[in-house]
Design a protein around this ligand. Structure first.
Ligand code: SF4
Ligand code: SF4
Length: 416
């Protein structure tokens, strides 16, 4: 098996380029231009005229400081059109946590509702107008529909792909690469495993059994009965009761239960959740075969994920944009370049004593975050679990050949 190539356009632009590149060509050394050209490099031999291309990103949330800036996505869209494709930009819906609101009464996590989710996307700069193509939630309108596919994993036996993504000819994952509290790393595997799954698929990543009700907490308000889309909840002696056979694991009832009475009968460990993500990603990517390509933006490398309402200071400087046809090699290459980089003073990398080049940053920062969470000192996320599982599922390899690329106008001495 040949070693997969990972292309790396560096964020750093040498100062010597200023006199050696004509001002009219400076834009070609922008990372936004490099991202556009990387997309073209990956797509050019797989795209056919009028192929629909799902560009899967994370829209960010209401208080996200770091997510992909819209200009990167727009230029990728322009490139897809240039190649004759029909792009759309998408994210997916989510349910399963109590609704939290800010002091103005606005929701903080908005992807449980199509209307609020699209408002957030627009606030963060993603609209049909700014992108020049449809901006959608791929499991709209409610996240209850999926294209189901069997998968023979250790834990995952079925994947639930958001319908609009499954219907696309090509999947282009455009992920913001950063830390993640549960998976240690949030990159391509996370963007696809969790991000391309409907609400039902997300449930089976984060849980290992069906939903139950803690009767001691249930007040019998009946809210959940009215929101369940399949009438799977009845009131028995003043308490909610779930008819397991009817329940589609959408988690909508959890969002509407004020006393947090819904409970999972068993809860997978972080290691199991990491395995479930990798297996789900393998099932979804296998659906597309060679018609899936992957880009990670290793910029604004925050210590927490794109939906966190506070993120602090990025742990390392911007490194660049990496792209590959092997999702495992891509995530591993990003992990390696981040770990090889010096950390940023004042960031959680400093608090975690991981400033020195070569120190493990992701697992250290994630562990520190759990240590600070009351009652969660035992949680030890490790990206190796996710990547090793993906490798075992034959999704890709952690070996790779890093190829530095620069699509910019070549600097020449003649311009001096
Ligand atoms: S919403 Fe919660 S408290 Fe109200 S009936 Fe349902 S489970 Fe009980
Ligand atoms: S009981 Fe109803 S709302 Fe709750 S997870 Fe099941 S299907 Fe969804």
């Amino acid at each position: 098996m040949s070693v997969p190539e990972v292309y790396f356009a560096e964020a750093h632009v040498p100062i010597e380029y200023i006199p050696r590149v004509p001002p009219t060509k400076w834009y070609t050394h922008s990372l936004i231009y490099q991202t556009k050209e990387l997309a073209g490099k990956l797509l050019s031999d797989i795209i056919n005229l009028k192929d629909s291309v799902a560009v899967k990103i994370h829209f960010g949330e209401r208080y996200s400081q770091y997510y992909i800036r819209p200009a990167y996505v727009r230029k990728v869209i322009d490139k897809i059109k240039e190649l004759g494709g029909k792009p759309f930009v998408c994210d997916t819906l989510f349910s399963g946590s109590k609704v939290l609101r800010d002091d103005a009464g606005e929701p903080i996590w908005t992807r449980r509702s199509l209307k609020e989710g699209l408002e957030t996307a627009a606030m963060n700069g993603f609209t049909n107008e700014t992108m020049g193509c449809p901006v959608i939630f791929a499991d709209a309108p409610e996240g209850f529909q999926s294209i189901k596919r069997s998968f023979n994993g250790k834990y995952i036996k079925k994947v639930y792909i958001a319908p609009a993504i499954a219907e696309a000819d090509i999947l282009l994952s455009l992920a913001h690469f950063k830390c993640h509290d549960c998976m240690a790393v949030g990159g391509t595997l996370k963007n696809i495993g969790v991000g391309c799954s409907s609400k039902q698929g997300k449930w089976w990543i984060h849980h290992s059994s069906k939903l139950g009700v803690d009767k001691s907490k249930c007040t019998g308000c009946g809210e959940c009965v009215s929101v369940c889309p399949v009438s799977a909840i009845e009131m028995h002696q003043g308490k909610a009761f779930i008819i397991a056979k009817k329940c589609i694991d959408c988690a909508t009832c959890i969002d509407h239960c004020e006393p947090v009475a819904f409970t999972s009968k068993t809860f997978p460990t972080i290691e199991e959740q990491e395995t479930r993500i990798a297996e789900t990603a393998a099932g979804i990517i296998d659906y597309f075969k060679e018609k899936a390509v992957f880009i990670n933006l290793a910029i604004d490398i925050a210590p927490l994920c794109d939906c966190d309402p506070y993120q602090g200071v990025p742990i390392v400087p911007d490194l660049g944009v990496l792209a590959s046809k092997d999702p495992v090699a891509l995530d591993r290459a990003c992990i390696d370049i981040v770990n090889a980089s010096p950390g940023i003073p004042g960031s959680m990398a400093e608090t975690a004593k991981a400033l020195t080049p070569g120190t493990e940053k992701f697992n250290t920062v994630a562990k520190m975050r759990w240590n600070a969470t009351p009652g969660a000192k035992h949680v030890t996320p490790d990206w190796r679990v996710m990547l090793t599982t993906a490798e075992k599922a034959e999704l890709g390899t952690q070996s790779y050949k890093l190829i530095k690329v620069n699509f910019g106008y070549p600097p020449t001495k003649n311009n001096l």
